[in-house]
Write a protein that binds this ligand. Structure first.
Ligand code: TYD
Length: 139
């Protein structure tokens, strides 16, 4: 199984000093794409599952800037991996066409999502069976 095709953990540079921490994420430098959009998710209860979709166009980097959560990634071909987001200077890169679920949110979780595209609902696949069909008919 090639985990890099599913997702990849990233570690960002920090410029901490006696005043506190500062984490730097530059598009095309620290992550594989230019950042067109960001959104963030907070206030999701521990038993909530978010995501449950794949994107035809968008790539994402997810960073828990506060608190913790988990991201489960599935390629629709039988490969699955779980990433724990629990440090503000690490993130997970999600390429196009992977099924993702975010869950296990801590009460203080603030999940920052960087995206390679502007929002377009038309590029979302929100049905898992449809996703599996699409990724397997590519071959
Ligand atoms: P949704 O994709 O269900 O969130 P998540 O992946 O975190 O579970 O998005 C929730 C709502 O917000 C949905 O109506 C679409 C809308 N939305 C936007 O309008 N713009 C955006 O950039 C995002 C991510 C969502």
């Amino acid at each position: 199984m090639n985990v890099v095709n599913l997702a990849q953990m990233l570690e960002f540079s920090q410029k901490g000093d006696s005043r506190g921490h500062l984490v730097i994420v530059e598009g095309k430098e620290d992550i594989p794409f230019d950042i067109k959009r960001l959104f963030y998710i907070f206030g999701s209860k521990n038993d909530i599952v978010r995501g449950q979709h794949a994107n035809k166009e968008s790539e994402f980097v997810l960073i828990n800037v506060a608190g913790t959560s988990k991201v489960k990634v599935n390629d629709g071909k039988g490969n699955e991996a779980v990433y724990s987001l629990n440090r503000p200077h690490t993130g997970v890169y999600l390429p196009r066409m992977v099924w993702k679920e975010m869950y296990d949110f801590s009460d203080d979780s603030v999940l920052l999502c960087l995206a390679s595209t502007r929002y377009n609902e038309g590029e979302y696949i929100r049905d898992f069976d449809e996703f599996v069909k699409l990724v397997n008919e590519d071959e």
